[in-house]
Design a binder for this molecule. Structure first.
Ligand code: NAP
Length: 488
């Protein structure tokens, strides 16, 4: 069911469609709360109540953002770089404050929150330093007296972002977008509105023009009307495959470009000649990043049968040594999940996998304590048909799959709807590199290490993990008009 409203944009009447809430929920696997309240996952208390923007406010923000962009697009790279460097300074100087906010809104370990803010400062500095070089005119010799390519900004881009890295996900899009001369409006996840407003504050305090970056406090049913707005020139969405599919179809209908950074079920393949202890450590550390709530966490450990038992024992030992506790405590390894409904969803996936024959060697029980906690959990003998094999589990759950041979391991790794990251562990570096470069089906393939995001390296996936790339010289070119100029 859709509700259509006629509104005026620059004097012209334009129909906007509002999705009915029931349709929104049927599109999405999680049953989401409609409120914009930030709820502390440690104790369920309300951190802050936020009122959603009205349709009129949404349209006003987009209008103002577009007006601001019309001036901003003519700014020089040097001017943009100065402001990005200022944003980096502000981030560093307010690191504690923003880390604390993330802890309150989504339960991130405060020590990890500080590292996240440092990384945001890095990406701002990185594009301040390199943006001009990446987007400078490229001359191409042809029959013309002069022919070349320029990279021109597109306009205001809508960013739809998730809660798991509430600052980093935004900055890794925003820094290159602003450096390229674009504007942006952000629809952040409903549980991290405080973070969304904090990012608006950072940009304002850094001296960016008013409205060049604005937060929209809206729920996901309102994303459609924003994408349809003629002043929105492109879209980027980081989130679940379901959300990506929905936004991509709307962007497609409106012939607008979209970049999709979606879910993953990264395969970490451990061959029989690997250093088993080191491989187990890397697999577990990657699995537990952000309490397991990372798109590029190691999610399926695929292990050759000769070392399977030894690997499982190593993993069990490391997982057992991890402490669950307050996210403010420096000694805590695993804090709460971001929301109780997400914790319950993980638990269902684990229980369903056990029902279908997986062995649960550790965890798998919701702890008898306040808060959205879930224990480190080890599932072995994971097989096709189980959620732990087929789906993304967004929590501290290690799924171990036995492979008969190297070929079998690679086959299992690739037999996934997802293709975000992958890793291979072997003492034969040449072989590892060949498998990473040529055989594993993912956007980022690591050898004897974990998958990561780094401003210098392109980041993104294939298959149902999405399309397009963020970061590096490639990411900054996603939202530009690659224009050919041909002079007779
Ligand atoms: P999510 O539920 O898909 O939400 C992500 C964002 O999309 C939120 O702002 C959400 O708004 C919005 N959204 C949800 N359904 C939508 C719809 N039908 N149409 C338009 N927007 C919609 O994902 P999440 O639970 O926040 O994050 C976890 C997922 O993100 C995992 O699958 C993870 O792997 C993926 N992720 C991928 C990357 C990557 O780089 N590839 C990075 C981080 C996370 P509301 O909060 O208002 O629902």
């Amino acid at each position: 069911m859709e509700e259509v409203m006629i509104i005026k944009i620059k004097g012209e009447e334009v129909p906007v469609t509002l999705l009915d809430k029931t349709e929104k929920n049927s599109n999405h696997k999680n049953t989401k709360k409609m409120s914009m309240n930030a709820v502390n996952p440690v104790n369920g208390s309300i951190v802050e109540e936020y009122r959603q923007h009205t349709v009129e406010q949404i349209l006003d923000i987009i209008d103002k953002s577009h007006a601001s962009w019309k001036m901003w697009k003519d700014s020089s790279f040097k001017e943009r770089a100065v402001l990005l460097r200022r944003a980096a300074e502000i981030l560093r100087s307010r690191k504690e404050k923003y880390a604390d906010l993330m802890t309150k809104e989504m339960g991130k370990l405060t020590k990890d929150g500080k590292a996240e803010i440092e990384k945001c400062a890095w990406v701002c500095d990185y594009y301040a330093e390199n943006g001009e070089k990446f987007l400078s005119r490229e001359d191409i010799k042809t029959d013309a007296s002069s022919s070349y390519v320029t990279y021109n900004p597109l306009g205001v881009v809508l960013a739809v972002m998730p809660w798991n890295f509430p600052f980093w996900q935004v900055f890794r899009f925003l820094a290159p977008a602003l450096m390229a001369g674009n504007g942006a409006v952000l629809k952040h996840a409903s549980n991290v509105t405080g973070c969304s407003l904090a990012i608006e504050e950072i940009n304002k305090d850094a001296g960016f023009p008013n409205d060049i970056f604005r937060s929209l406090i809206i729920d996901s049913s309102q994303v459609k009307m924003v994408i349809e707005n003629p002043l929105i020139k492109a879209v980027t969405l980081t989130g679940s495959t379901e959300a990506g599919r929905s936004a991509a179809s709307i962007a497609g209908q409106n012939l607008k470009k979209i970049v999709l950074e979606l879910g993953g079920s990264d395969a970490y393949v451990v061959l029989k000649d690997a250093d088993v202890k080191k491989a187990a450590e890397t697999c577990v550390n990657s699995r537990l990043i952000n309490a397991g709530q990372s798109c590029i966490a190691a999610k399926r450990f695929i292990v050759e049968q000769d070392i399977y038992g030894e690997f499982v024992e190593e993993v069990r030992e490391i997982l057992e040594s991890k402490s669950i506790g307050s996210p403010n405590d420096d000694d805590t390894d695993i804090g709460p999940m971001a929301r109780k409904d997400l914790r319950d969803e993980i638990h269902e996936q684990v229980q369903e996998s056990i029902k279908k024959g997986a062995n649960c060697l550790l965890g798998g029980v919701i702890p008898d304590r306040e808060g959205a906690y879930y224990p480190p959990t080890l599932l072995t003998d994971v097989k096709p048909g189980m959620p732990a094999y087929e789906e993304e589990i967004f929590g501290p759950v290690a799924s171990v799959i036995k492979a008969n041979s190297e070929e079998d391991a690679i086959h299992i790794a690739n037999e996934s709807f997802f293709g975000l990251g992958a890793a291979i562990f072997t003492s034969n570096h040449e072989k590892g590199e060949k498998i990473a470069a040529e055989e594993l089906e993912a956007g980022f393939c690591a050898v004897n290490d974990f998958v990561r995001s780094d401003p210098r390296l392109p980041f993104g996936g294939i298959k149902e993990s999405g399309y397009g790339r963020e970061l590096s010289s490639i990411g900054i070119k996603e939202f530009v008009n690659i224009k050919t100029v041909y002079v007779k």
